[in-house]
Ligand binder design. Structure first.
Ligand SMILES: Nc1ncnc2c1ncn2[C@@H]1O[C@H](COP(=O)(O)OP(=O)(O)OP(=O)(O)O)[C@@H](O)[C@H]1O
Length: 308
């Protein structure tokens, strides 16, 4: 869907993108990074709206430097900032933009009605957008990105400004676009937990550089250890920790009276359970430890990302 090689964007005094090599395929791809990481700049270059200062990028096989118009006719774009005319209804706007993308009037009306229904704008689609809530405006922006039946949509911070329940609705919608509708999605957010939930693949940017690009499941891979919490006496964690070491397992304190035990084989959890029982301790927690996307930032040292 998207391929960049050495993609670079220099603004006076700022390198917004620094020799970026990224490949985006089918499904939902999350583009995550702190504010200023370069997400919006990348999207604008991919649409041919802003020229790169170095490197190359292709979208659906088309060169962004020469084929911007063609790319924009094939790709849907939901911009980050509110850019909707206040005195026009969502219905009229989406019909108009459908026609701008080349659909005849009747087809544009039909498609507009379909996509507005899909994004959850019902009767209110006939009211002027100026009276909409933020959630309704985000839905209208999403509908116009879908009206011309694109193969790929670029969604820039679609959950921006939404309350938690509208945020969940929007995320489910984005996921459905990638799965049920079969449209490839590149979606940005600075909230890591959001992308972890809905993306098949995650690309992490930090200061314009590629920090990591991998399947979401790889971000969440097991670290190969168990986190154990026991109760029953004031030094329960120390007593069990010592017993685990005596039993030949690698166990160490993990803070807050938790014990971390390396998984040796499939019997490790049973050994922990049996030792806790033998010592008369109550087993409160026995869970596999997983990496989360946040860890990439911790390891990479990006400062201002907000985990959800
Ligand atoms: N037109 C411009 N002129 C100068 N600098 C710019 C311009 N547009 C973006 N930048 C700078 O480029 C860097 C990347 O900005 P960009 O908007 O792409 O980041 P972002 O990851 O999308 O962040 P946000 O979520 O805050 O929009 C920032 O340092 C920004 O200040």
């Amino acid at each position: 869907m998207i391929e960049t090689a050495g993609l670079t964007k220099e603004y006076p005094g700022v390198t917004a993108l620094d020799r970026l090599d990224v490949t985006v395929g089918e499904g939902v791809t999350g583009l995550v990074g702190a504010n200023g990481a370069g997400k919006s700049t990348l999207i604008k270059i991919l649409l041919g709206l802003v020229p790169a200062t170095g490197g190359t990028a292709r979208v659906l096989g088309h060169d962004v430097a020469t084929d911007g118009g063609r790319i924009r006719s094939l790709v849907g774009y939901m911009p980050e900032h509110d850019c909707l005319p206040a005195d026009v209804s969502a219905s009229d706007l989406v019909v108009h933009l459908g026609q701008m993308s080349g659909l005849p009037y009747a087809a544009a009306r039909e498609r507009a009605s379909d996509v507005l229904r899909h994004v959850g704008l019902a009767e209110e689609r006939y009211r002027p957008i100026g009276g909409y809530s933020t959630g309704m405006k985000q839905r209208a922006k999403l509908a116009q990105a879908l009206v011309h039946d694109p193969r790929l949509v670029l969604l820039d911070e679609p959950t921006n400004g939404l309350d938690p329940s509208s945020r969940d609705d929007m995320l489910s919608l984005v996921r459905r676009i990638g799965t049920e509708f079969g449209i490839a999605v590149l979606v940005t957010s600075h909230l890591l937990g959001e992308l972890e939930r809905i993306s098949d693949h995650v690309v992490v940017l930090d200061g314009g550089r590629l920090l990591q690009s991998s399947a979401t499941t790889d971000f969440l891979h097991a670290t190969g250890s168990l986190l154990v919490e026991v109760q029953g006496r004031h030094d329960a964690d120390q007593v069990l920790g010592q017993a685990l070491v005596d039993a030949g397992l690698a166990a160490r304190p993990a803070g807050d009276a938790l014990i971390e035990v390396d998984i040796r084989d499939e019997r490790t959890a049973d050994v922990v359970r049996d030792l806790a029982v033998d010592l008369g301790l109550g087993l409160v927690r026995l869970q596999e430890r997983h990496h989360r996307i946040e860890d990439v930032f911790r390891e990479g040292g990006a400062g201002s990302v907000q985990p959800t």
